[in-house]
Ligand binder design. Sequence first.
Ligand code: SF4
Length: 313
Amino acid sequence: MTGLVDPRTWSPCRLCPRQCGVDRAASRVGYCGAGDWLQVFRSGPHAGEEPPISGERGSGTIFFSRCTLRCCYCQNHPWSQDGQGAEWTEEDLVRELTRLRETGCHNWNLVSPTPWWPAILPALERVRAGGRIPVVCNTSGYERPEMVAALAGAVEVYLTDLRYARPETAGAASDAADYVAVSRMALKAMWREAGPLELDEAGMARRGTICRILILPGHAGEAVESLEWVAREIGTDLAISLMAQYTPAYRACAMPPWNRGITMREYRQVTEAMEALGFSLGWIQEFGGPPPDGLLGHTMPAGPAGSAPVSGG
Ligand code: SF4
């Protein structure tokens, strides 16, 4: 997992912790299935992220195809695991990034960009010459710390996850038994590079780190362990987005306990721990709120109707 990484090459590809080492330029594909062409499922202004990301005009979101995890409950599986999405050239990406900025989006929100950085970075450099808005790296948290360091200057905001606290859960649910160790090292690297959440005068994220913790059925205790780890290893000034929206999807529909939503008891277990630990910044999603639409994945309804600011600290 250690070693240098060049975010501008997939030949050989060592962009994520899998470090497949395949030569994608020679039409080889690794674990994620990404090839030597950029693949995008959908893009546009998005209102469903945390308030300082979506704001009033939306987050300029690009959903990239492919993923370095294989979560059994993934709502985005048609493009994250089943390979749907259109092939884009660098020109296509430049055009779309420009359009999103000119539409008034508050930021460029890159969802699951990791297999595609060698195509994304040149496009970002070109479009930023015409005007900058923050780049949000919207990630599962399964990232190489070296990659986070290598992206300094290219990413302003990390919107990342801590999904699990037990390797056996991460292995069973996402085929990544090393997720716990990797995501924790990656979060520390993000904190070093981007730091705490900084808002501009309009309350929008200018730079910083937001950590999402999704309460998973049967595994609420792991969410508590993740919060305890953050409080101990990073601090309670890391912005936490605690999410209660888990909905069974994909293979999870036939896999107990993943085939049910969370219970009120599980919800209370985590929210009470978050309060007791003294986190001072973030959001707690309401229990039993409106279900997300098919695109939201691991996000929350925007605004005060769907999320409550953390009041502790
Ligand atoms: S991005 Fe894909 S091909 Fe590259 S190392 Fe990760 S899983 Fe393998």
